[in-house]
Design a protein around this ligand. Sequence first.
Ligand SMILES: Nc1nc2c(c(=O)[nH]1)N(C=O)[C@@H](CNc1ccc(C(=O)N[C@@H](CCC(=O)O)C(=O)O)cc1)CN2
Ligand SMILES: Nc1nc2c(ncn2[C@@H]2O[C@H](COP(=O)(O)OP(=O)(O)OP(=O)(O)O)[C@@H](O)[C@H]2O)c(=O)[nH]1
Ligand SMILES: [Mg+2]
Length: 444
Amino acid sequence: MISGDSIVALSSGRLPAGVAVIRISGPQTRFVIETIAGSMVGNRVATYRKFRTPDGSVLDNGLVVLFAGPNSFTGEDIAEFHVHGGRAVVAKMLETIAGFDGIRHAEPGEFTRRAFLNGKVDLVETEALADLVNAETEAQRRFAVQNAEGVQSELYLGWRRRLIHARAMIEAEIDFADEDDVPGSVAETVWSDVWAMIDEIERHVRGFRAAEIIRDGFEVVILGAPNAGKSSLFNALARREAAIVTEEPGTTRDLLEVVLDLEGMRIRVTDTAGLREKPGRIEAIGIERARSKAGTADLLLVLEDMAEPIAAGALPAGVPSLRVGTKVDLLQGKPRASLLGTPYDAVISTRDGTGLAELLAEIGHRAAAQIGKVGDILPSRLRHVELLNETKRFLLAAVTGNERGQELRAEELRLAADRLGRIVGAVDVEDMFDVIFAQFCIGK
Ligand SMILES: Nc1nc2c(c(=O)[nH]1)N(C=O)[C@@H](CNc1ccc(C(=O)N[C@@H](CCC(=O)O)C(=O)O)cc1)CN2
Ligand SMILES: Nc1nc2c(ncn2[C@@H]2O[C@H](COP(=O)(O)OP(=O)(O)OP(=O)(O)O)[C@@H](O)[C@H]2O)c(=O)[nH]1
Ligand SMILES: [Mg+2]
């Protein structure tokens, strides 16, 4: 258990607000309630009180709740003061409470850090709480809630249990090697389960890109020859005049980005400079940026003015793309053959709105396919992927190291299980603390 300092912070959001929640955790909690609210309150019941400074002047009136340790979010005594959400009210409350002996302002993530140290949440759940607080889209919220409830942790803990069992079996075989009554097939069963686990870990790690897309967004890059109508489409998707549109080819030079929420998914759309041979100097830099951005995209929209088709040049290899014919309103019965021979995946006009809903639906479809099914368990941090890859390396060494003797192989199983333990924080994780808790805002 943590003792020593008690901590205080504003746990609710931006001021002014209707109500603000000030939270205290630690041994001084009861003293603070008695002093500010006049006397002690019942556990886990909201009580309406006048709040006063130690010299008796009224600060505010509001609700106070005690969550007696160890049954609280941090495992320590917690008090919440629900005050009027004015800046001066909150400032005075914080100043008064932090003025008591043994109480100080909390660091970012410090409440959650205490929850972790008291065994209320594991490290993966801690990270998921940070994600939940930062979630802006429905997909991000769903993913974070699932992991905050321990779904991802349970996968790693399940693997770890299997390895601990596997090692016990191998060690038992070592100990009883001289005896006849231990069936030789035990080792075979163990090693074939380790092979299966290697496969499961590899498949799980491949899901990291999907987790990144949920968190950072699905990258869509608009490409095409100058004047193809890229910025016009970009503005239509952004629903505002985010980019300059003119009839002059070479208008856009820099990369421009908007973030959309499409069916609960974060989609980042980038407008780029028109691709052409022999550009001017500034435009050439823009084209270079366009090509490099396109190389890391999840989806390219390759635009072609159907009235005056010009080829956009070589596209980066391996990036999925949609061929989009633009300015269909100008066509008036002319054939819609693509310049490049391949048919268009979408035909649009930003002038009259033709095809825009269909194009958006197709983008959403592609993003959803990358994100996978609701409920898929994905590694949510690079930290997890790195430790899973280390786990896999130890497992591969163990499973292929037949000639090196069972003792060494059992030791490799131990090291693999240890790496899984590091992910959830079951072993030796202090060195990762600063990185993990720096992701939090103050008051969480
Ligand atoms: N007012 C308020 N709302 C809040 C929070 C809070 O701290 N205060 N939370 C802050 O994040 C979230 C809820 N998280 C919480 C997690 C655990 C416990 C808790 O008291 N756990 C005890 C008892 C569990 C039980 O009764 O089943 C425990 O784990 O022992 C409380 C809140 C969201 N809503
Ligand atoms: N009729 C018609 N004109 C369009 C449409 N979309 C764009 N235009 C016009 O085509 C011209 C070029 O449009 P932009 O959106 O600036 O083209 P761009 O691809 O961004 O061009 P650069 O930034 O120069 O590479 C402008 O005059 C637009 O008004 C459309 O759907 N129909
Ligand atoms: Mg443009």
